[in-house]
Design a protein around this ligand. Structure first.
Ligand SMILES: Nc1ncnc2c1ncn2[C@@H]1O[C@H](COP(=O)(O)OP(=O)(O)O)[C@@H](O)[C@H]1O
Ligand SMILES: [Mg+2]
Length: 355
């Protein structure tokens, strides 16, 4: 998995032979700063972007292959023992309203470099069927994290945050709530030359700017009824800067961005996951203590815990989900949830590149 945060690659070796998935081994590979910048640049129109996108896709396939090789070495498995790599690719445009989404990858090269079947391009088919193509992880949450009598919700805080609602005896729903870490990451990189705000410490040193928070929360996406998904296409530095007057103290903006993530999530839980008793966190943002405190304060009625207590490590949830999605594809089983994405029907997702 390589998500919107553009932090790097989560490689998970997963045993899916039993009812519950088992994380056998894992490897995290950070992106070089130059690669992150090159991917970021591809989010906006530029001359020669077609050529550049293919150059970066090749570089990504090499990075993914390195991550796979490191994972195999760590775990002592051979390529022949692995059924498939589920590789999400790196989103550079997400425009379901126009009928497309682009996850950069060179899956053919990845199959060639690893000698392992590759499943990729998970989102396009759902969009072709009229869906958002996102979020896709709710189907996995539905499969493994439901409770028969307790109303649970799963919150994945990546670059973008997404929620899965698991009400007992009712359909699973899910949607993107808005920014997770991506604006906080961008702001601290600009002002402190850090990749992210560790434990939310910098934001905790600032004060929320109420008027700015109000302006940011007025973005129509937040009140739109699901199905909905978003990305850097909407939530980016240009979007943030449009709302700034330029005189703000940087750490106050950071505190406000943390509140934006926290409040937009809490509002979404209240409006679209009514009656939730337990909220389980995963994704890198689950490490942001200041953000978790903000959520606890905003949602006093919920027990807030990490997914680790349910047997799935918060840091590896999404990578494990894409292993499961790849398995669904190999078995030609549909794995989108039309109630989540808005697709007209269940679809077999992804494209298979045989080893
Ligand atoms: N200790 C921490 N404190 C605050 N934020 C963290 C911490 N560890 C990770 N993060 C955040 O998590 C992000 C990575 O989360 P991840 O789940 O990989 O997102 P994505 O799926 O978008 O790549 C980092 O960019 C950072 O913002
Ligand atoms: Mg990541």
């Amino acid at each position: 998995m390589s998500g919107t945060s553009l932090d790097g690659i989560d490689a998970a070796l997963v045993d899916l032979s039993q009812a519950s998935p088992r994380l056998v081994s894992s490897h995290y590979q950070l992106y070089a700063e130059s690669l992150k910048e090159a991917i970021l640049a591809l989010h906006t129109a530029a001359s020669d972007e077609l050529h550049q996108s293919q150059v970066i896709a090749i570089q990504l396939a090499n990075e993914y292959a390195d991550a796979i090789h490191a994972l195999l070495k760590k775990s002592g498995f051979a390529p022949e023992q692995i059924q498939a790599i589920g590789c999400h690719g790196q989103t550079i445009r997400h425009r379901p309203e126009l009928g497309y989404t682009i996850q950069l990858n060179n899956a053919a090269l990845l199959a060639e470099l690893t000698g392992i079947n590759v499943v990729s391009d998970f989102r396009s088919r759902d969009i072709a069927a009229g869906g958002q193509g996102a979020p896709l992880v709710p189907a996995f949450h539905d499969h493994v994290l439901r409770h028969a009598s307790i109303h649970r919700a799963i919150l994945n805080i990546g670059g973008i945050a997404n929620l899965t609602d698991l009400p007992p005896r009712e359909n699973t729903t899910g949607f993107d709530s808005g920014p997770g870490n991506l604006l906080m990451d961008a702001w601290i990189t600009k002002h402190q030359a850090e990749l992210f705000d560790k434990n939310g410490a910098w934001s905790a040193s600032g004060k929320i700017i109420p008027l700015l928070l109000q302006r940011l929360l007025a973005e129509p996406f937040f009140v739109a009824t699901p199905p909905k998904s978003t990305g850097r296409d909407l939530f980016n530095m240009a979007w943030l800067e449009k709302h700034l007057n330029g005189n703000e103290i940087p750490e106050d903006v950071q505190a406000t961005l943390l509140a934006l993530t926290g409040d937009s999530i809490a509002d979404a839980v209240q409006h679209f996951c009514t009656g939730v008793e337990e909220l389980y966190l995963c994704g890198g943002g689950a490490h942001n203590n200041a953000l978790v405190s903000h959520l606890r304060h905003a949602l006093p009625q919920c027990r807030i815990l990490k997914t680790d207590v349910l047997g799935i490590a918060a840091d590896w949830m999404e990578a494990i989900a894409f292993a499961w999605l790849a398995q669904q594809t190999l078995h030609l089983r549909p794995s989108n949830l039309p109630a989540v994405t808005g697709a007209k029907h269940p679809c077999v997702l992804g494209a298979i590149y045989p080893a």
